[in-house]
Write a protein that binds this ligand. Structure first.
Ligand code: FES
Length: 351
């Protein structure tokens, strides 16, 4: 049905007319073909057809909402290792297929609903606008606001509450897909950043020889690196654990140890400190035996191992954590527990 088939009295009020063609002139060499006469759509003249379009748009937005709920339900309920046969794709992950399908349907239905709404219910009157200077006059700004208000009225945004509400529902639910995917960032660290592999009774094992250490194995003036007994390089989580548990040992004459707790936590002058710099976590590796200073090569933070590993230079904000050690019945150095504070770059400040 076209507007030609409708009696004149049933046609809606004219919403504006196009302009006629303009032939080129001397001043304006560009021809303007003008706008064809406007034809009313069936929805413009038949309220039942408009209602049908409204229901189609609402149905598309509702399907979008259901698809988003299906996306979330698939993510929660489908086993990540399950596969299904889909012709012609073959065997594919059931979870990926469900997530892709539901999210695709959710987004498609929002787009299709919006397009159908615009094509059938919003005003389709073409309006010719004369060119005007780029700089907007106050009256122009006022006109823009008025046009905006007209547009809102013509789109029937306020009148078609079913469309408006279902569209809001669909747009509000779609972002939930992204929120649910945040779960893939992994489990919360909980206490893992506060603890290391060190436990009471674990022997200190030389990182290079893989042999348990006695105090006598550590020469005065040398720097020895150690790891906890039982932590092997082929372990799946070796890198993760050694990044927190790496230890450096030095032997200092007990008379030269200035800090009282450091002396109590040492054994025969052997002191054990975290090897992880408290600035941004580089491994410390340079030892100056005359001064008992260790230097981080990254930004030159310097720690005094004869005085509780306090910072004497550089950007590090905290002393290195000390591991309380003693010797077992066979003389092997053993930990007396975990570090008393989190190791690494000032984690406890954020704790
Ligand atoms: S990481 Fe050690 S000084 Fe910056």
């Amino acid at each position: 049905m076209s507007s030609q088939d409708i009696p004149e009295e049933n046609l809606p009020e004219a919403q504006g007319d196009g302009h006629g063609s303009v032939e080129p002139t001397k001043d304006n060499p560009f021809a303007d073909p003008g706008l064809p006469p406007h034809e009313h759509r069936i929805q413009d003249i038949d309220e039942r057809a408009a209602k049908r379009s409204e229901r189609v748009v609402a149905m598309l937005f509702t399907v979008s909402m259901l698809a988003t709920i299906g996306f979330i339900a698939s993510y929660v309920t489908i086993d990540a290792h399950k596969s299904v046969y889909i012709f012609p794709l073959g065997h594919i992950s059931a979870l990926n297929f469900a997530l892709g399908t539901t999210l695709g349907v959710a987004l498609f239905c929002i787009g299709a609903g919006a397009v159908h709404w615009a094509r059938t219910l919003m005003s389709d009157v073409e309006i010719a606008s004369e060119r005007h200077p780029i700089e907007a006059e106050p009256e122009v700004k006022a006109q823009v606001l008025a046009d905006f208000a007209d547009g809102a009225r013509e789109s029937q945004f306020g009148r078609r509450k079913l469309i408006r509400n279902t569209m809001f529902g669909a747009l509000a639910l779609v972002p939930l897909s992204g929120v649910v995917l945040l779960r893939d960032l992994g489990p919360l660290p909980e206490k893992k950043l506060r603890t290391t592999a060190w436990k009471k009774g674990l022997k200190l094992v030389n990182m290079n020889t893989n042999e348990p250490l006695r105090a006598s194995d550590i020469a005065v003036g040398s720097l020895t690196f150690a790891k906890p007994e039982g932590l092997e390089e082929h372990d799946e989580d070796f890198q993760k654990e050694i990044a927190k548990a790496a230890l450096m040992l030095v032997r200092i004459q007990p008379d030269n140890i200035k800090d009282k707790q450091e002396l109590e936590w040492s054994h025969e002058g052997v002191v054990a400190y975290s090897k992880i710099c408290t600035h941004v976590g580089c491994p410390i590796s340079l030892y100056e035996q005359q001064t008992h200073h260790v230097l981080c090569p990254c930004h030159q933070s310097t720690f005094d191992l004869s005085d509780g590993a306090r910072v004497i230079f550089g950007p590090a904000g905290h002393a290195l954590p000390q591991l309380h050690i003693a010797a077992d019945a066979e003389g092997y150095l053993v930990a007396q527990g975990d570090f008393a504070e989190p190791v690494g770059p000032a984690f406890w400040e954020r704790g």
